[in-house]
Design a protein around this ligand. Structure first.
Ligand code: 2HA
Ligand code: ZN
Length: 271
């Protein structure tokens, strides 16, 4: 029997949630991850063909009807997923009416998709329009990024330029910069709509005083995007810890040279 629980998808989401926990970016039940799968990928397994439960969702996801998502569960601790993915993650299919999901595998002790599922699904809808290869939405609480949201002017231009100038890698990995929404209540459809709106332009969006929302083609790439943004923010924290007196830095001209050498187009509003 081909068991979905033994699939590379479950293995990888278990590894990534463990890494997010070990980095200190997902304390307690913080963070959530969703991975869109195709029907071919799902149907290759034997134990995903009966609906275990139907779970209502609180917004209309008709645009994703019949799509499959492997998603982390609400209230679940990322430190545990690696040992019990069949409890802490679930494979769901969006029902045809868009108002519920069919559980096909996982959430074996009664779990449900993450409280941020509306934000995930709204983001998937937007990113599918931009780039249908993007399958992953990842939310976590990276410490230094959150710190910036208290101490720095909260404009996308200011924060993006700050992060670009902390290391050469930043501009190459996120040339469009970082989107920012206002502080909003987590788990609401409103934060989902604001995030998805930013996702028309950005692959990573700061949730001030809370964390980050990011997208990518696969789990590694999405993790890598967050890792790069958080590393830049950590360098900034380190500079401040060293007294904050910057003697030399990456210039605008250096950023332009970097962009032309690496063939990326920086956000024209920021550089
Ligand atoms: O899943 O991180 O934003 C718990 C959270 C909510
Ligand atoms: Zn959160």
């Amino acid at each position: 029997m081909k068991d979905f629980g033994q699939s590379k998808y479950v293995k990888k989401i278990s590894e990534i949630t463990n890494l997010l926990y070990r980095h200190g970016w997902d304390e307690r039940n913080g963070g959530n991850v969703s991975l869109r799968l195709t029907s071919e990928e799902v149907n290759a397994f034997d134990n995903v063909h009966t609906v275990k439960r139907n779970i209502p969702i609180k917004f209309d996801a008709t645009a994703l009807a019949d799509d499959y998502f492997l998603v982390t569960g609400t209230g679940r601790y990322f430190k545990n997923v690696i040992n019990q993915p069949q409890l802490d993650t679930g494979l769901v299919r969006i029902a045809l009416d868009g108002k519920s999901v069919d559980l096909l595998w996982g959430f074996e002790d009664g779990g449900q998709p993450t409280s941020e599922f509306p934000s995930h699904l709204m983001t998937h809808i937007e990113r599918l329009k931009v780039n249908p290869n993007q399958r992953v939405v990842m939310h976590c609480h990276p410490t230094n990024v959150i710190g910036l949201s208290f101490t720095q002017e909260l404009s996308e231009k200011n924060i993006s330029r700050l992060l670009w100038k902390m290391q050469a890698e930043s501009l190459v990995v996120f040339p469009e910069g970082l989107g920012i929404i206002p502080y909003m209540t987590p788990g609401t459809n409103e934060i989902g709509r604001a995030t998805a709106d930013k996702m028309k332009q950005f692959r990573a969006v700061m949730w001030p005083h809370h964390g980050i929302f990011a997208v990518g083609d696969d789990l590694d790439e999405t993790f890598g995007l967050i890792e790069t943004i958080e590393k830049a923010a950590l360098i900034f924290t380190t500079i401040k810890a060293q007294g904050g007196d910057i003697k030399q830095s990456i210039t605008d001209q250096d950023l332009k040279d970097l962009a032309s050498d690496f063939g990326v187009t920086p956000n024209p509003d920021f550089l």
